[in-house]
Design a protein around this ligand. Structure first.
Ligand SMILES: C[S@@+](CC[C@H](N)C(=O)[O-])C[C@H]1O[C@@H](n2cnc3c(N)ncnc32)[C@H](O)[C@@H]1O
Length: 391
C-alpha cells in the first residue's frame, strides 16, 4: 500500500471508530479501543498504534475546529500534539515544516491558517478554581501526562537501583516520587511488586495534609482502590484504619493492593455516604477522615481527553451537591478538633473552594488550609486538597 493510501485508510478507520464510539460515550476511550481492536482483528500493530494516537489527539483539541473535515481536524490535532505526522504532511502540507516548533508558535500558526481557536478547546473556563491559569491548563491538555510512581519508604533505594539496572529512564521529583514515560514496562521488572505503587504526582502530594499520629483511628470514606489509604499507611503505619466505598468491586481491588503491600490490619465496610451512615457506623468517631470525593475528574482529563467533549456543565452542580451532602455525613463521625482531609481531582471551583465555603457556613468545621495542586505544570493531574477541623 502506498503511504497516501495507508494514511487515507487509517483516517477512514478513525472515522468509523468515532461513529461507533459516539454510541458508547459512557465508556472510557481506553476500554472502547480494546473492544474495537478485538472486533477488528485484521488491524496490525502499527495501524492500531497510529489509530489510537490519532483518536487521542482528536479528543485533545476538545471542541475546537468543529466544522473541519475529519482529515483536517486530525491534522490540526496532530500538528499541535505531536512532533511528526504523515497526516499533517498530507492534509496541512503548508504547516508541516513547522511541526517541530514550540507550542506557542504552533498555536499562532493554527489560528492564522485554520478554524482552530484556543478558546474553543475547553468550554468550562468560567468554572475554573481561582489560581488556575486557564491558558496553561488548556495547553496542558495537548500533552499526555507522565506516569508517576511512589516509592514505598522501606524499598525506595532498592526500586531505584532496579530501574537503573533495567535501563528504565526516570526523573526524581522528590525522595519518594519518580516520573516515568507512559508505557514504561514496570511489570517486566522482577522483585519490585508491592515495593512501589503507581500514583500520580499530585495525588502523592495530598499526603502532606494527612498528619496522622500513631494509635489514631482513621477512616478513608471513599477509599476506592486504596491509593490514599496506602499513602496514609506508609506515612503512619501505626493507625487503625477503616476503609469504605459504595462499590464492593473496587474494595476487592483495594484488598489485592493491600495484600501485595503487606497491610493486613484494617477494617472494611460498604457504605453509601448519601444515606444515613449511623445504621452502619453507629456513633463511631474518628481522629481523622479522608474524603477523596467523587468528582468530575476534570483535573485528570489530560489522561482521558474524551471527557472534554462528553462532559456536560450541568454535571458540575450535581457533583457539588453530592460532595456537600457526603462531606456533611462524614463530619458527623469526626471527633471535635480533629481533621477532615477533603480531596478532589477537579479544577472546578464549585467542587473545590465552594464546597469548603459551604461546609464552613454550616458552622461544623473550620478551615486550616487548602491548596490547588497545579499538576498541569508538571505533566501530572491537577487536584484540590483542604484540611478542616471539626468544631
Ligand atoms: C476519587 S474516587 C476515590 C479514589 C481513592 N481514594 C484512591 O486514592 O484510589 C471516589 C470514590 O468514591 C466512591 N463513591 C461514589 N459515590 C459514593 C457514595 N455515595 N458513597 C460512598 N462512596 C462513593 C466511588 O466508588 C470512588 O471509588
Amino acid at each position: 500500500m502506498t503511504t497516501e493510501r495507508r494514511i487515507n485508510h487509517q483516517i477512514r478507520t478513525v472515522g468509523r471508530l468515532l461513529q461507533e464510539y459516539d454510541q458508547q460515550r459512557h465508556m472510557p476511550l481506553a476500554r472502547f479501543l480494546t473492544g474495537f481492536y478485538k472486533r477488528n482483528r485484521q488491524m496490525g500493530g502499527n495501524d492500531r498504534r497510529t489509530v489510537s494516537r490519532l483518536v487521542y489527539h482528536y479528543f485533545r483539541i476538545g471542541s475546537a475546529a468543529p466544522h473541519a473535515d475529519l482529515s483536517v481536524r486530525l491534522a490540526i490535532a496532530e500538528f499541535l500534539c505531536g512532533e511528526d505526522s504523515a497526516v499533517v504532511q498530507q492534509a496541512l502540507p503548508e504547516l508541516y515544516p513547522a511541526i517541530g516548533l514550540p507550542m506557542e508558535e504552533k498555536l499562532a500558526l493554527l489560528e492564522k491558517h485554520t478554524d482552530f481557536r484556543l478558546e474553543d478547546v475547553f468550554p468550562f473556563q468560567a468554572h475554573l478554581s481561582a489560581g488556575i491559569d486557564g491558558l496553561d491548563f488548556v495547553r496542558s491538555l495537548f500533552i499526555q501526562p507522565d506516569l508517576f510512581i511512589r516509592l514505598r519508604p522501606t524499598w525506595a533505594r532498592e526500586v531505584q537501583v532496579r530501574l537503573t539496572e533495567e535501563e528504565i529512564p526516570y526523573h526524581v521529583l522528590d525522595k519518594f516520587t519518580l516520573g516515568l514515560s507512559n508505557g514504561a514496562p514496570l511489570d517486566r521488572i522482577g522483585g519490585i511488586a508491592g515495593k512501589y505503587t503507581v500514583q500520580d504526582y499530585s495525588s502523592q502530594r495530598t499526603g502532606d495534609f494527612f498528619e496522622a499520629s500513631n494509635g489514631e483511628n482513621w477512616w478513608d470514606a471513599t477509599a476506592g482502590a486504596g491509593g490514599k489509604s496506602l499513602l496514609l499507611l506508609d506515612k503512619q503505619p501505626g493507625i487503625n484504619l477503616l476503609v469504605s466505598d459504595i462499590r464492593p468491586s473496587i474494595l476487592r481491588n483495594l484488598d489485592e493492593r493491600f495484600e501485595e503491600a503487606g497491610f493486613k490490619k484494617y477494617r472494611q465496610k460498604i457504605i453509601d455516604l448519601t444515606k444515613d451512615t449511623a445504621t452502619i457506623l453507629g456513633g463511631e468517631q474518628f481522629d481523622g477522615i479522608i474524603l477523596d470525593a467523587p468528582c468530575s475528574g476534570s483535573g485528570t482529563w489530560g489522561r482521558t481527553p474524551e471527557m472534554i467533549t462528553s462532559f456536560r456543565s450541568d454535571s458540575i452542580q450535581q457533583y457539588s451537591a453530592i460532595q456537600r451532602q457526603i462531606a456533611e455525613q462524614v463530619i458527623k463521625h469526626l471527633k471535635p478538633g480533629k481533621p477532615l482531609v477533603y480531596i478532589t481531582c477537579s479544577v472546578f471551583s464549585e467542587e473545590n473552594e465552594q464546597v469548603i465555603a459551604y461546609l464552613q457556613d454550616t458552622g461544623s468545621v473550620e478551615l486550616e488550609r487548602m491548596e490547588l495542586l497545579h499538576g498541569y505544570r508538571h505533566r501530572a493531574d491537577s487536584m484540590f486538597v483542604a484540611r478542616l477541623f471539626k468544631r
